[in-house]
Design a protein. Structure first.
Lengths: 141, 377
């Protein structure tokens, strides 16, 4: 089930998530799946744009698509982990290969989500867990 | 009593000739591939051991018979019979033209031989025939081609998966939201519209894929003038995209030989390359379509002054579903279709960046036999 505001209220504000996907419909779906007040979502259509958003930050988690025009998610991932090591990155892809998954994890991604999602609850839970981990690290106690 | 010097010379000559004859026979027999010399009536004058072995006969029994009749009589491997030379035999051509010719003949048991015929250019019109068994080579080539095809299918499947899974992701997500949550009437309308848009995109992708799969087979091959193809393509472009057509210049070469091909498919190649060039240039400033003769080839070039091609994209440029365009602006099949058509025509297509900026796509097609200019009106 998608969490409601009571859970978010237990922490220190909403979980801040950046969704990066070149597909308009996927950005809309993510924005609807990760709802306020538990989540605060911003979306970027390109990896380059995502880096600019991260500069403006702060974020707890990034949902990062792999195949995009311009810089790919796998190119952006190490840059993100280097500059913002506390941010958890969840990779998504519509063309899943074990190689890409292994590479993503090797580069520091915490989860690998394949599109289409069979359950929006499961992917919401994955993002929630990752973002909370980041929050706990950044704001202990 | 001593013989006259002339007689002695004759003897020595005879010995030399006989040595030469034996040397040639040994050389002939040392060659492991079938060889023979035939006259203009296809009567075997000489044959080597390999040929005799291949036909399951003796050299002496071959000589004096017409090659295709020998084959029919022994019926071991090489095909002939019917009182006519084998299908694909180049001997006649070699004798008429007076230069070496090459053909392919097949044996009863399904082996394929590359047969080279070298005319000896003497009064008896003799021709040396050399058989090279290419059956295994061909099988290997076919296997390679099928492996390449499998790899291409793999890339295609990957492309389809990516293109379809994205809209499918939207459909599934919004369908679940609509089922599980309280949504306002406005949200409901919005999500249903998203679902419909995504489903339509899936439909368009499947249609594009079917068009792509229909491209390859059944070529209607005849001598085609590339200049005519370009003119027709330019007319189609003017009807479909007047603004794009206005920015395109056609520069036709002269004295182009025709190519063997399918005019409609080649026109598709031009259209796809031009569309790609126009899309690459935000200002659609200046696309040139050029043709030229290039030795035994005909060259078609489409040049733009757009953004050029990233090095990393060059290798994947012709892969189905590879695109750098924004979502919904192209399925990434145009260049793949052009590539497939050019390959089917025995040609090549190469993309490169121009030093002055922009990209250049060069299609090289083998010219059909015949004099230069025959395809030009």
């Amino acid at each position: 089930m998608i969490a409601d505001g009571r859970e978010a209220a237990a922490g220190a504000g909403p979980l801040r998530v950046l969704v990066v996907d070149d597909e308009d419909v996927m950005r809309k779906a993510w924005t609807r799946i990760l709802r306020p007040p538990e989540f605060e979502v911003r979306a970027a259509a390109r990896a380059e744009q995502a880096l600019a958003e991260l500069e403006r930050g702060p974020f707890d988690a990034v949902v990062l698509d792999i195949v995009m025009p311009g810089m790919s998610g796998l190119d952006a991932l190490p840059m993100i982990k280097l500059r913002w090591p506390g941010v958890e990155v969840l990779m998504t892809t519509a063309h899943a290969g074990l190689d890409a998954a292994a590479q993503a994890v090797g580069l520091g991604a915490c989860a690998f989500i394949t599109k289409p999602f069979e359950s929006i609850d499961a992917v919401a839970e994955a993002v929630r867990a990752a973002a909370r981990r980041a929050v706990l690290r950044a704001r202990p106690g | 009593m001593n013989r006259k010097p002339e007689e002695k010379l004759d003897d020595e000559t005879m010995v030399l000739v006989s040595v030469a004859k034996r040397q040639w026979e040994r050389t002939f027999d040392a060659i492991s591939e079938p060889l023979m010399i035939v006259d203009e009536q296809y009567v075997i004058q000489r044959a080597n051991l390999a040929l005799a072995d291949e036909l399951g006969s003796a050299i002496q029994r071959l000589v004096g018979n017409r090659c295709f009749e020998v084959r029919a009589a022994s019926a071991r491997r090489l095909v002939g019979g019917g009182g006519a030379p084998c299908a694909g035999c180049p001997v006649g051509q070699a004798q008429t033209a007076g230069v070496a010719a090459e053909g392919e003949v097949r044996s009863v048991d399904g082996r394929t031989y590359k047969l080279r015929a070298f005319p000896l250019l003497d009064q008896q019109a003799l021709t040396v025939c050399h058989y090279h068994d290419v059956t295994d080579e061909r099988a290997m080539t076919r296997e390679l081609a099928s492996a390449e095809r499998l790899a291409a299918i793999g890339r295609l499947a990957g492309g389809v998966a990516h293109e379809i899974n994205n809209p499918l992701g939207g459909i599934l997500a919004f369908a679940q939201i609509l089922q599980r949550e309280e949504v306002s009437a406005q949200e409901r309308r919005e999500y249903l519209a998203e679902i419909e848009r995504s489903a339509l995109r899936c439909k368009a992708i499947v249609e594009a894929l079917l068009r792509f799969s229909r491209q390859a087979p059944r070529l209607d091959r005849r001598p085609v003038s590339i200049n005519d193809v370009v003119r027709d393509a330019a007319r189609s472009l003017a009807a479909r995209d007047p603004q794009g057509a206005a920015q395109s210049r056609v520069e036709l070469g002269e004295g182009l030989p025709p190519v063997m091909g399918d005019a409609v498919q080649l026109q598709q190649v031009v259209m796809n390359l031009v569309a790609n060039a126009l899309d690459s240039d935000a200002h659609r400033a200046d696309v040139r379509i050029q043709t030229a003769a290039d030795g035994p080839h005909v060259r078609l070039r489409v040049v733009d002054r757009g953004e050029g091609i990233d090095d990393e994209h060059l290798a994947r440029l012709f892969d189905p579903f590879f695109t750098t365009k924004e979502e919904g602006k192209g399925a990434g099949l145009g260049l793949a279709v052009a590539y497939a058509i050019v390959q089917d025509h025995g040609g090549k297509i190469v993309a490169r960046n121009r030093t002055g900026g922009g990209a250049e796509f060069t299609v090289t097609l083998p010219a059909a036999g015949g004099p230069a200019g025959a395809g030009e009106r």
